[in-house]
Design a protein around this ligand. Structure first.
Ligand code: ZN
Length: 246
């Protein structure tokens, strides 16, 4: 069987501007996520792409061969070219899986696919986060206990301005009292979309075994079930003979 082709995309800005972030992710957030995937999905082909590469590393040929795309962005959302956003959207509608992480809630591609602002409330206080599994039978929750904790994270709270998720896999509780829908599934066209909340750049969240397990599960869940190209064919010759119009 051909390996599942995964691309981990990261804007790769904080790691090069902020020494505190570089200390946590010396090779970049994308490298940490890719390492987790290579460990848990050894048969998959995992590559990375970053903002500064030509076409942000997401040229047409590469995207055509990508089955699941993972997206981490924050500071540079506006720097992502609209032509690339459009190309990613088209691929999702055709069937490519998309996993949007943490501050990617404001990524152009996420807003475009969901059609809402995707705003939320937030606080940076290094507080404890507890992620509750609210759908134990869901494939993305496989291998996860009733809940797991991250000792220090940024808080994201409701209201989360997204369309009602088609499936809810996790809800987060934070030490300060807020809650947040932190694992949400949607479908757009033939593609599956999963938003997963944790992953602030100053914490080692993408080395956490539970977080890595969830991302690997999400990749497997989001892999294409087939392709649906936007061709809108004119079928001039009907299968059956059409009677004389009235
Ligand atoms: Zn953050």
């Amino acid at each position: 069987m051909a390996p599942l082709r995964i691309v981990v995309w990261n804007e790769f800005v904080h790691e090069r501007q902020n020494p505190a972030v570089a200390a946590v992710y010396p090779e970049g957030i994308h490298a940490a996520i890719a390492a987790g995937l290579r460990d848990l999905l050894p048969a998959a082909a995992v590559e990375t792409a970053t903002l500064e590469e030509p076409e942000h590393g997401l040229g047409a040929a590469r995207l055509a061969g990508t089955e699941v795309l993972i997206w981490w962005g924050h500071r540079a959302h506006a720097a992502v070219a609209d032509a690339v956003v459009e190309r990613v959207q088209r691929r999702v509608l055709e069937g490519m899986g998309l996993i949007v992480l943490h501050s990617g809630h404001y990524a152009k591609i996420f807003q475009r696919l969901l059609g809402t602002t995707c705003s939320l409330t937030w606080r940076e206080a290094g507080e404890r986060e507890r992620l509750w599994v609210c759908n134990p039978g869901h494939p993305i929750a496989r291998g996860i206990d009733r809940c797991f904790e991250l000792p220090h994270e940024e808080m994201y709270g409701e209201p989360f301005a997204v369309p009602p998720p088609e499936e809810q896999v996790f809800i987060s509780w934070f030490e300060g009292g807020e809650v947040f829908r932190s694992g949400c599934c949607w479908r757009r066209g033939n593609g599956k979309i999963f938003y997963f909340r944790p992953g602030h750049e100053t914490y080692p969240t993408y080395f956490d075994p539970n977080v890595r397990r969830v991302i690997a599960n999400a990749v497997e869940w989001a892999q294409p079930q087939g392709q649906w190209r936007d061709e809108c064919p004119n079928v001039r010759n009907p299968r059956e003979k059409i009677g004389t119009p009235a």
